[in-house]
Write a protein that binds this ligand. Sequence first.
Ligand SMILES: NC(=O)c1ccc[n+]([C@@H]2O[C@H](COP(=O)([O-])OP(=O)(O)OC[C@H]3O[C@@H](n4cnc5c(N)ncnc54)[C@H](OP(=O)(O)O)[C@@H]3O)[C@@H](O)[C@H]2O)c1
Length: 282
Amino acid sequence: MSAVPTVTLRDGASIPQLGFGVFQIKPADTEKAVITALEVGYRHLDTAQMYGNEKEVGDAIRASGLGREQVFVTSKLNNGFHRPDDARRAFEGTLAALGSDYVDLFLIHWPLPTRYDGDFVSTWRTLEEFNADGRARSIGVSNFQIAHLERLAAETDTVPAVNQIEVHPYLTNEAVRAYCIEHRIHVEAWSPIAQGQVLNDQVIIDIAQRVNRTPAQVVLRWHLQRGDIVFPKSTTPSRVQENFELFDFELTDADLATIAGLDRGENGRTGPNPDAFDYIPG
Ligand SMILES: NC(=O)c1ccc[n+]([C@@H]2O[C@H](COP(=O)([O-])OP(=O)(O)OC[C@H]3O[C@@H](n4cnc5c(N)ncnc54)[C@H](OP(=O)(O)O)[C@@H]3O)[C@@H](O)[C@H]2O)c1
């Protein structure tokens, strides 16, 4: 049995606080990587239409011998499909690719405030439809800034269950996190180890040596103790195992504060700024 704690979302759904992300895993490598993760004990997978590997995620779940209900699966709407009819078709494509008649959590991947006449509200209303008909058990957003969340709150009926945003020691993203925590929107921290960039930081290395853990384990544990949901990605089996061994040690409050002190604000971003990002895959 996995020792991973579950988090209860505002809609009552339970989500394992630690999962496995499949961004930048080639489709040909995805089934094997996900099977490794499921064998280690991960029961939460984070994919997206944009990653091009939803089918292989579904194949891996079936090949693992686990029941569909035993694995929490998240996917995300691709940027080219924000108009309601496109979103409906794209969502059906996600279910077909996963080979499942539901997804546990479906997100708007990016708000794209400079596209679609700034209208992510009708996109959100379309996700509300998927939630109402049971095909998306929970719905949420990703890369939403405070202004985007305030607009959903003012113009729609459903508060997102999660906001999946870039968070790691070099970009602690505290203002967005604080808004989410206050409004019971659970924070999911993407690129939790900044794609490896934070692992050579001497401050992290020193804490890791003191607690006899690896830098990656220290950073992932920092996220968990702050209450965020994480899903590190790795195609290296030993790291997939390492990233799962987070539940038999604790960081002190002083350690948490020291790591948060590494924040570099906007300069710490590894990914795009959501206010400006307007990429639509060709
Ligand atoms: N919503 C969004 O816009 C968004 C954006 C980015 C990411 N995400 C989600 O967040 C997940 C995680 O983010 P990410 O994949 O960008 O980055 P990440 O998990 O922070 O880092 C992954 C990188 O770190 C390496 N790594 C993993 N574990 C390690 C360890 N224990 N020691 C040393 N290196 C290690 C991996 O290498 P190897 O694979 O070679 O081992 C890979 O290069 C994604 O897979 C995706 O599900 C969402």
